[in-house]
Write a protein that binds this ligand. Structure first.
Ligand code: RUB
Length: 322
């Protein structure tokens, strides 16, 4: 697909969910590389940088997006004599990213299923393919359980979750977001995905996740997060915050109605931050870890350290210098 089309789809949330956004961006870069017209390596790199910047500017919160782009853009580093070689190298990197991302979901499903027990009642929020992979893998293992799925105002991503759970024949109860605390006494564990995981183990996910975590904490219900390691945010090592996306007011209040309410203003943050104290486990493709181990994932599995961020270093997630 053309890069600008993919960028538009991500912006409009026709392509959504942190993992899908990352794979779609990399697939678009791969197509772009295949059809790039540049005649020399330097112009090819420039063309790819421009495309990468366009994609990266689409949604600010999902760290999977800059991390994925950074990973494939890194393959353009070094001395490669011809455009064709550079292109081939880049396309292989893109294919590798996409297949490793898919494999990560499968592995997370297998690990997460090990934490779901016969007769459990789970609760999930938004639409996370990593969280759903755990539920589907548990179902395939023959474990019987039921799931509360939230509506997810204002985007209604809960409907996508219902569809997937129904297709997998998993008994599901649909609730409005504000019913979470009322049903929490019947819940054994909460399972959600992540758009970003910070170095101290805080999880950024769909708005409402932190309220769910609070309600779970109050009732000592286990809070599990399913997240591929490329959702861990390297720049939080420096104390940098994850930017929380705010979307337009019309997603919450129709414009025609808003016009009649001149004293009313809408605030529409679409993600929130759950502190590590309210999270029991983060299930990654490298294993299930307590949130306090997030730094170990960044340092030992992903190879980041504070020294990677100086000046023009390739460590900067928004830096396409190659
Ligand atoms: C999606 C959302 C999902 C995470 C994880 O928000 O918050 O829980 O992205 O999803 P939006 P996945 O609909 O605004 O993109 O596990 O599929 O990466």
């Amino acid at each position: 697909m053309v890069v600008s089309d993919t960028a538009e789809k991500i912006k409009k949330m026709e392509i959504r969910g942190a993992g899908r956004i990352a794979r779609a961006a990399v697939a678009a870069l791969m197509d772009h590389a295949a059809s790039a017209t540049a005649r020399d390596a330097a112009s090819f790199r420039n063309e790819m940088r421009e495309a990468a910047a366009l994609l990266q500017g689409t949604r600010p919160t999902a760290v999977s997006l800059p991390n994925a782009i950074h990973r494939v853009m890194r393959s353009l580093e070094g001395d490669t004599p011809t455009v064709q070689e550079l292109r081939d190298h880049f396309i292989v990197a893109c294919r590798n990213f996409i297949s490793s991302s898919e494999a990560a979901i499968e592995r997370i499903g297998a690990i997460g299923a090990g934490h779901i027990q016969e007769g459990d009642t789970l609760l999930t929020h938004c639409n996370s393919e990593a969280a759903l992979a755990c539920l589907i893998a548990a179902q395939r293992k023959g474990i019987s359980f039921e799931v509360y799925a939230t509506e997810v105002r204002p985007g209604n991503q809960g409907l996508l979750t219902l569809k997937t759970l129904n297709e997998a024949r998993i008994p599901t109860i649909y609730i409005v977001d504000s019913a979470v605390r009322s049903v929490m006494r019947e819940v054994d564990r909460v399972i959600v995905g992540a758009d970003a995981v910070t170095v101290n183990g805080a999880v950024v996910n769909k708005i409402g996740t932190s309220q769910i975590a609070l309600a779970a904490h109050e009732r000592k219900v286990s809070m599990m997060v399913a997240a591929e390691t490329y959702k861990f945010a390297p720049r939080t090592i420096l104390g940098e915050f994850i930017r929380i996306e705010e979307r337009g007011p019309e997603e919450v209040l129709p414009a025609a109605l808003a016009k009649k309410l001149p004293y009313v203003r809408v605030k529409n943050p679409v993600f929130d931050v759950t502190p590590p104290e309210y999270i029991d486990l983060i299930v990654t493709e490298e294993g299930a870890i307590p949130p306090q181990m997030a730094y170990i994932i960044l340092r030992d599995y992903l190879g980041w350290s504070t020294g990677d961020f100086g000046g023009n270093s390739p460590g900067a997630t928004e830096n396409f210098d190659v």
